[in-house]
Design a binder for this molecule. Structure first.
Ligand SMILES: [Zn+2]
Length: 311
């Protein structure tokens, strides 16, 4: 059973400027953390992802919006929303981020790497059909789910999102497809303000788990897993996609959850064992938030370890 670490050097080309919480140092911290874990590094398949094509991005985004991101990057960059900027390199970064996750889906289905972690930026779960939002340009994870449906004939895809913020973009991009179930646990009330428990989407295929800040970590873990079990009752996914946001860790400047590394380990193991019973273990994890680079990197390492065979 092979686990892949998927990345692309172009993800570093999205320049958000001095002082932005979402910066390239987040990815560099992961590379540094690997240096202390040569045994894990050796065990993983390293894969440089591809760039998503505009036609692929159009599975979830408006073609005019896609062209606009390309054009803004070509002309040197600009502000896309109050929190989100594009730089000259953002087109290459954002298409690489999306392309890595598409490769992850291909590798999961063709068996090159049944499970993988894509260390990508910009993140994706706030981006909507025709707009960037909350540091996100393209909906990487929603795109992966639709791509799996289209290209690999997946009947059912489960997306779970443990980032501290509601995956509003993911929800908007998948809630009309009953073949995709979406679980998001997030701080409430908090940015972006969406994700009430009553908001189940038009087909009842969305499980939002709004939670107050500062609870004991175990309560987040059990609430999350409870929602995962509700979302998969009499419904067996062909693929699990994880929006792996690590701003849900204790001490993150953009969130008030209290998760520690042992909780990340538990969440990952629980999802892996479910994926084993549902779909031969197929699981694609992609980085979302997480704004203390060292903690984020440590959590990525913990996740990758837990994705591996349990020997
Ligand atoms: Zn977040």
């Amino acid at each position: 059973m092979t686990v892949a670490f998927i990345s692309h050097s172009d993800c570093g080309r999205h320049d958000t400027g001095w002082g932005a919480p979402e910066h390239v140092g987040r990815l560099r911290a992961i590379t540094r953390a690997f240096r202390e874990r040569p045994e894990l590094f050796m065990r993983l398949l390293h894969h440089e992802g591809r760039h998503a094509e505009p036609e692929e991005l159009a599975l979830v985004h408006d073609p005019g919006y896609i062209a606009r991101i390309q054009e803004i990057s070509r002309s040197g960059g600009g502000r896309l929303d109050p929190d989100t900027v594009a730089s000259e390199g953002s087109w290459l970064a954002a298409t690489a981020a999306a392309g890595c996750v598409l490769d992850a889906v291909d590798m999961s289905f063709d068996g090159r790497a049944v499970r993988s972690f894509s260390a990508v930026r910009p993140p994706g779960h706030h981006a909507i059909r025709d707009s960037a939002m909350g540091f996100c340009l393209f909906g990487n994870v929603a795109l992966a789910a639709h791509y799996a449906r289209r290209t690999h004939r997946a009947d059912r895809v489960l997306i779970v999102d443990w980032d501290v913020h509601h995956g509003n973009g993911t929800q908007a991009l998948v809630e009309n497809d009953p073949g995709i179930h979406f679980v998001s646990m997030h701080q409430w009330p908090w940015y972006p303000g969406t994700g009430a428990a009553e908001d189940r989407g038009p087909h009842g295929t969305v499980w939002n788990v709004p939670m107050p800040a500062g609870l004991p970590a175990e309560q987040y873990v059990s609430a999350f897993l409870g929602a995962v079990d509700a979302a998969t009752k009499d419904w067996t996914p062909d693929l699990v996609v994880v929006s792996a946001g690590y701003d849900s860790l204790a001490g993150d400047p953009l969130g008030g959850f209290t998760l520690e590394m042992e909780d990340v380990d538990r969440l990952t193991h629980e999802m892996v064992s479910r994926a084993e019973s549902w779909c031969r273990g197929r699981l694609v994890a992609a980085l979302e938030g997480g704004y203390v680079p060292e903690r984020l990197a440590e959590a990525c390492i913990v996740t990758m370890k837990a994705l591996g065979p349990s020997d």
